[in-house]
Design a binder for this molecule. Structure first.
Ligand code: GAR
Length: 207
């Protein structure tokens, strides 16, 4: 990856708000990267509208009648055609095939709304409230073949307030995500970590 402007391929199933903040950082010149393509498995994903707003190519890839491997081969074909060097997952709800993970080994990032390894999987907000933790947060990690599991790039803590509701906690964590994801992407590109097992050894000072 050439740190001057890395091509990002974003895959999303959802609203795409993280994509919006990544694009805003890109357009402000603060990110050494540009979003080259946005892919989604949902025809009405907000991420497609945001891609259009920012004039980035966006595609709905229909998963109907395709097994996971076939679907992921399609994703790879789109990503390769656009020259994506780093894959960014934002609320992508399908599990990637081992083939996809191997193809982009150590070049896929995901954001999860909890301090991993706590509260992996669905509805991390409800899990945190149910468990009664005082702090939760958000984690950007490298994707490996397990769900919400790979080496951690960056974490940002978020307080759980007394009498917090699901919606209030979710909003607070998501606000933290909008800062965390662009920052983690920037660090990952500029500081070129060596990945040793679960640990990242940063090669350069933070700018
Ligand atoms: C984010 O909160 C992200 O952490 C979560 O989906 C949301 C996507 O929001 N991802 C997961 O739960 C993955 N395990 P967005 O579509 O508005 O960026």
């Amino acid at each position: 990856m050439n740190a001057s402007s890395v091509t990002l391929g974003v895959i999303s199933s959802g609203r795409g708000e993280n994509l919006r903040y990544i694009l805003q950082e890109e357009r402000s010149g603060r990110l050494p990267a540009h979003v080259g393509i946005v892919l989604t498995d949902q025809p009405d994903a907000g991420a497609l509208k945001i891609a259009k707003e920012f004039s980035v190519p966006g595609h709905f890839i229909d998963p109907t009648n395709l097994c996971r491997e076939e679907y992921d081969q399609k994703l790879i074909a789109y990503l390769e055609a656009e020259g994506a060097e780093l894959v960014i997952l934002t609320g992508y709800m399908r599990i990637l095939s081992p083939q996809f993970v191997r193809h982009y080994k150590d070049r896929i990032l995901n954001i999860h709304p909890a301090l991993l390894p706590s509260f992996r999987g669905m509805d991390a907000f409800a899990q945190a409230l149910e468990y009664g933790v005082k702090w939760t947060g958000t984690t950007v990690h490298i994707v490996d073949e397990d769900v919400d599991h790979g080496p951690i790039v960056y974490q940002r803590p978020v307080i759980v307030l007394e009498n917090d509701t699901h919606d209030r906690l979710k909003a607070r964590i998501q606000r933290a995500e909008y800062k965390a994801y662009p920052r983690a992407i920037k660090m990952f590109i500029e500081r070129r970590p060596e990945i040793l097992g679960r640990k990242l050894v940063w090669q350069r000072e933070e700018k």
